[in-house]
Design a binder for this molecule. Structure first.
Ligand code: ZN
Length: 212
């Protein structure tokens, strides 16, 4: 074998070896959470207290509320920031001076797919959080009910919603997809909160009858 051929043969052995090492080191690298510096600063600024609500009365808040939210990754949920955000959202929605039955992350300035819903259909009516929720079924049967929103103070409206829904979301611990079927007023709360994640307020719905 000539010198040149030997050199080429060696190179073909070495180069894939180098590439493999590069790929392995990348795979071994632990993925990090995708919280932005702004989101971290905002959540930390409350130091376990009630958060400011984003309101339609403010032009910049209103624009933010009309944006579609981004999904949470497994790493976002494992991050301590997630626990602090949940705790503060719960304090905000259960504020005795301004109580709600549900809250979506964009209402506290966090554009992520996270909601808390008061499960009026469960014993003790607990608030539960749902990560990356979406409907896999919305019944064609509708019910009309009164709705208000923490982001739209002093207003109420009659809104048409599905009587029952099937929901899919990520489990907080395993991140596996879970399914839940919800009926009645709790189904209305879910539809109201999930609308927030797509930038829709109940007042934006064409079938809403607004009462001041
Ligand atoms: Zn709302």
């Amino acid at each position: 074998m000539k010198k040149k051929q030997i050199l080429l043969a060696l190179l073909t052995l070495i180069v894939p070896g180098l590439l493999l090492t590069a790929c392995q080191s990348k795979q071994a690298e632990k993925p990090s959470a995708t919280w932005t510096a702004e989101e971290e600063a905002l959540v930390h600024s409350y130091n376990d207290s009630i958060m400011r609500l984003w309101l339609v009365e403010s032009a910049s808040d209103s624009l933010f509320l009309r944006q579609a939210c981004t999904p949470l990754t497994r790493e976002d949920v494992a991050d301590t920031l997630f626990q602090q955000l949940k705790h503060q959202m719960l304090l905000t929605v259960t504020n005795p001076e301004n109580e709600g039955v549900g809250i979506a992350a964009p209402q506290v300035g966090i554009g992520r797919r996270l909601v808390a819903v008061q499960r009026l259909d469960k014993a003790g009516e607990p608030f539960e959080f749902y990560i990356n929720p979406r409907f896999t079924y919305l019944s064609p049967d509708k019910q009309t009910g009164w709705e208000g929103c923490l982001s739209i103070p002093g207003r109420r409206g009659k809104v048409q919603r599905s009587t029952h829904v099937v929901l899919q979301y990520n489990d907080e611990t395993t991140f596996e997809l879970c399914t839940d079927t919800v009926r009645g007023f709790t189904a209305i709360i879910f539809q109201h909160e999930l609308d927030h994640l797509d930038g829709t307020l109940y007042t934006d719905r064409a079938d809403t009858v607004l009462i001041r």
